[in-house]
Design a binder for this molecule. Structure first.
Ligand code: HEC
Ligand code: HEC
Length: 391
């Protein structure tokens, strides 16, 4: 009697556990385990590697922040780095092409002045530029810009100053700009004191100026997106739909290029985005090749692509669907100078259909971490308007 009862009980327990297992397997059937996902994309570390010759200090970071916001660094004293890399705009500017010298306003309200020929990147997480799938990177060799033409944040920081459209203006010759800026800075006692606190010398040089700006930029990291939490073990950080999107992102081939913790292989690729400017932008090596951008905080930094020609993430995904071989419109949607055969194989190989697009976009939203440093200095040692002519 008791025997039959126990048998019955075991059978019932067995059935219940069995159906739970079957149900949950069915539910999560195709979900990749975390150790498999991390061979494609992964969480970011919370710590940044600093170059041996430019170690971190709080004094340097805070000095770099003031310089980043100070239009004293531009020829006409009206454009700061923050003019085009503003925390309200995800440290980009929200424009198709940035507007530098002579323009006024912030973001899409910015009008007039000189225009750049490319869309501004975000500065958030550029501390990690160049990171590979294993999470390794060297800050001294970190690739910068859409064409990877600069390496390291230190080298990069010197280039917007010299750019006529961005910060120099047409009245000052390229070779005269840096001496002019250093003269200005060396005449401001507050900056002299702050350079002294950061570097142990109050003689302000180009080297120290760029090191301070780069140190500030390395502090602008955002490493706790829902995706990061999920990869660190919080199973509830992503919804079922977002997980489907992650799976699809890997399965259709997005992660062939948008790989590693930064969702970029930092390589140049021919994706075939149509032109919107004359003369046409032929990319890094004249082949219409551009660097894979990070997808971190991507929902905060529209419009998209090197030329800001795609307004929303839906537009980007529709574009990929069209230009891949599975696409509907093929050649009609590709840059007029290219044929579908000129595109990178990984683009032609994308197997994307309309149903997957919404899931992928939900997943891309999980790469946002809005909790980055948004501090705006209340005033600057130069006494100039904070962030330049952005009112
Ligand atoms: C007029 C607007 C403007 C100003 C001012 C400006 N930038 Fe930029 N920034 C851009 C644009 C546009 C790009 C992309 C250019 C390209 O790739 O060819 C860019 C790219 C960058 C990048 C590359 C990020 C990456 O992932 O490759 C960094 C870093 C950066 N800017 C930092 C700065 C710093 C530091 C300053 C001040 C010294 C500054 N910018 C001033 C518009 C601006
Ligand atoms: C062959 C490598 C490659 C593949 C595969 C690829 N991308 Fe890209 N992606 C790029 C490059 C390169 C750019 C920049 C192109 C340009 O500016 O002309 C880019 C741009 C983007 C952007 C715009 C980001 C920004 O800040 O402007 C998004 C979003 C994006 N890709 C998402 C995806 C998704 C989703 C997939 C899969 C459906 C995918 N990519 C597949 C290389 C690739």
């Amino acid at each position: 009697m008791t025997n039959t009862f126990f048998k019955l009980k075991s059978i019932i327990i067995f059935c219940v556990i069995g159906s739970i297992l079957i149900l949950s397997c069915g539910d999560r059937g195709e979900m990749r385990p975390i150790n498999e996902i991390s061979q494609f994309v992964d969480a970011l570390p919370n710590e940044v590697i600093y170059p041996a010759d430019n170690p971190y200090s709080l004094e340097k970071e805070e000095l770099g922040r003031l310089l980043f916001w100070d239009p004293v660094l531009s020829g006409t004293q009206e454009v700061a780095c923050a003019t085009c890399h503003h925390p309200d705009k995800g440290y980009a500017d929200g424009l198709t092409f940035s507007r530098g010298v002579g323009a006024t306003g912030l973001g899409t309200n910015r009008i007039g002045g000189m225009q750049t020929t490319r869309n501004a990147h975000t500065v958030i997480n550029t501390a990690f530029n160049g990171m590979n799938i294993q999470g390794q990177y060297n800050p001294v060799l970190a690739p910068m810009f859409w064409d990877n033409r600069a390496t390291s944040l230190e080298e990069q920081a010197g280039l917007p100053l010299l750019s006529k459209e961005e910060m120099r203006g047409s009245d000052i010759a390229e070779e005269d700009l840096m001496p002019l800026i250093l003269d200005r800075l060396n005449a401001i006692p507050d900056y002299q004191a702050k350079f002294n606190a950061a570097f142990g010398t109050s003689v302000i040089t180009q080297d120290l100026l760029l090191k301070a700006i780069a140190t500030f930029e390395r502090s602008l990291i955002a490493t706790n997106s829902p995706f990061d939490e999920y990869m660190r073990g919080d199973e509830n950080a992503l919804s079922r739909r977002e997980l489907d999107g992650l799976n699809t992102f890997i399965a259709v081939g997005c992660a062939d290029c948008h790989s590693g913790p930064m969702f970029s292989d930092y390589e140049l690729h021919v994706v075939g985005v149509p032109d919107n400017i004359t003369p046409v932008d032929r990319g890094a090596t004249n082949d219409f090749d551009f660097r894979t951008p990070t997808l971190r905080n991507v929902a905060l930094t529209a419009p998209y692509m090197h030329n800001g020609s795609l307004r929303t993430l839906e537009d980007v995904l529709d574009f990929y669907e069209d230009v891949s071989e599975g696409g509907r419109r093929g050649n009609n949607n590709i840059n007029a100078n290219l044929d579908q055969n000129d595109l990178d194989e990984e683009i032609r190989d994308l197997r994307l259909n309309g149903n997957q697009i919404d899931d992928i976009i939900s997943f891309l939203e999980t790469l946002n971490d809005r909790d980055f440093d948004k501090t705006i200095p209340s005033s600057l040692p130069s006494g100039l308007p904070v962030g330049g002519n952005i009112q």
